[in-house]
Design a protein around this ligand. Structure first.
Ligand SMILES: Cc1cc2nc3c(=O)[nH]c(=O)nc-3n(C[C@H](O)[C@H](O)[C@H](O)COP(=O)(O)OP(=O)(O)OC[C@H]3O[C@@H](n4cnc5c(N)ncnc54)[C@H](O)[C@@H]3O)c2cc1C
Length: 415
């Protein structure tokens, strides 16, 4: 696969762009692989990439029932931050954020990482106390965040109303190197590199069954035939429960719709990401000018990727309190994804009850930011059979042993 470069763009422009090849292959699945990864979202593809890059394992297939990145990876609002409270969370999210910093160079694919800064507004005294505590925790975890007052909030984001009627802005938890990236590009960039290493990314290949024998995985049944493997890694976000059921175990996960919407495009008016957890909404502006808006999850379990209308209405109503200018804008489009929520709102990375099966799921509403770090940690797990320091606390056994990593505040509405 040839390298992308400025010179290449000029050369292609001069020959009517006739020389661009496919970014990744479209192979027929083989009957056997060393590692099969189910789910070609960001986490599945990043796991495959770091298996090849860090461990030299390239006999890998990534099976995807739809199209690459068509799950939550291509549906999220792209917020990247690492300002979590608990040490294991801060470690994996910060590793991930740090990998995002030069991911475009690493993958030779522009993922448009934009460290524009993320602020989480404090609009009650309780939030002020909570965020000040998290800023202290972040200092100990070497995560660069700070507490800023309302005047600085207004300076960074002039369209905010800081003296709102119900919830004035009392300050914010500010992470200057948080930001956004182009979600599809993250999936495409990893896919291209995996393909370059000889791995198979097989789209339109739904896994319909998991074969086990004597408590060990043997392979999978798919819509394109039976495939054997030594290791099976389930990375299917909102469908983790279904895959676990195929393999004969249950997961402590609920699947719920999460929605987002964008406004019509307008001129640049906001160059930071703002989360307002009390009123329950968050917003950034895309490069196209659309205001990208999201809120919380629907209040019931479902597999419909639409979500309920009243939730969208509530989110917009809430944000209009803090950003009155929004009331003049039209909604351009709305969509939803199915997220997998654990009880402590932290992910599961670890071994499944069936030998040879590995889990990467439970990222809930906030896994886009974790893609590089999660792929790094899951590759280590699959390659060595044991979790390294990044994933050690995120095993499934924590639910049995009561070692929760409670991020319910950090991961409520705040993705
Ligand atoms: C509206 C919305 C906003 C969000 N905003 C943010 C945000 O701002 N920041 C953030 O960090 N996170 C955010 N998230 C969460 C984030 O999108 C997810 O945590 C992350 O994308 C999960 O990635 P993944 O690779 O695990 O899953 P996915 O991208 O969903 O990939 C899983 C893949 O598995 C495939 N699959 C499922 N079943 C099968 C099967 N049987 N056989 C084969 N393939 C199968 C699916 O088709 C899918 O492509 C948001 C999510 C949504 C829905």
């Amino acid at each position: 696969m040839s390298r992308y470069s400025a010179l290449r763009i000029v050369r292609e422009a001069m020959r009517r762009h006739a020389g661009w090849g496919r970014a990744w292959g479209s192979p027929e699945p083989r009957r056997r692989y060393k590692v099969v990864i189910v789910g070609a979202g960001g986490h599945g593809l990043a796991t495959a990439y770091y298996l090849g890059r860090n461990y030299g394992i390239t006999d890998v297939a990534v099976l995807e029932k739809g199209w690459l990145g068509g799950g939550n990876t291509g549906r999220n609002t792209t917020i990247i931050r690492s300002n979590y409270l608990q040490d294991p969370s801060a470690a994996i999210y910060e590793k991930s954020r740090a990998l995002y910093e030069d991911l475009s160079q690493e993958l030779n694919f522009n993922v448009m990482f934009s460290p524009r800064g993320v602020m989480m507004l404090a609009q009650t005294e309780h939030e002020v106390r909570g965020y000040k505590r998290t800023v202290q925790a972040n200092a100990l975890q070497s995560v660069a965040t700070e507490w800023i007052g309302p005047e600085r909030v207004k300076e960074l984001c002039p369209i905010i109303r800081i003296d709102g009627p119900r919830y004035p802005v009392l300050g914010a938890h500010w992470q200057p190197r948080g930001g956004t990236a182009r979600h599809d590009a993250v999936a495409w960039g990893y896919a291209r590199k995996c393909s370059e290493m000889g791995m198979h990314i097989v789209e339109r290949c739904a896994v319909t069954g998991v074969r086990t024998e004597g408590g060990r995985v043997q392979g999978v049944e798919t819509s394109r035939g039976s495939i054997d493997c030594e290791s099976l890694c389930l990375v299917v976000a909102g469908h983790s429960g279904e895959l676990a059921q195929m393999a004969g175990f249950r997961l402590p996960i609920e699947s719920v719709p999460l929605q987002a919407l964008v406004s019509e495009p307008i001129k640049p008016c906001m160059d930071v990401v703002v989360m307002a957890n009390t009123v329950h909404g968050y917003m950034s502006q895309s490069d196209k000018g659309e205001m990208v808006i999201g809120g919380g999850t629907d209040g019931y379990n479902a597999y419909t990727q639409r979500g309920s209308f009243h939730h969208i209405e509530e989110t917009v109503r809430a944000l209009v309190e803090t950003f009155p200018m929004l009331s003049r804008l039209k909604v351009l489009r709305q969509w939803g994804g199915i997220v997998d929520m654990t009880g402590d709102r932290s992910p599961i990375i670890g071994r499944a009850p069936v030998r040879g099966i590995y889990l990467n799921c439970g990222w809930g509403t906030g896994g886009f930011k974790a893609i590089p770090g999660s792929g790094w940690a899951t590759a280590e797990l699959v390659a060595t059979g044991a979790s390294g320091p990044l994933a050690a606390d995120f095993g499934l056994e924590r639910f049995r042993e009561g070692r929760f990593i409670d991020e319910s505040v950090a991961a409520g509405v705040a993705h």
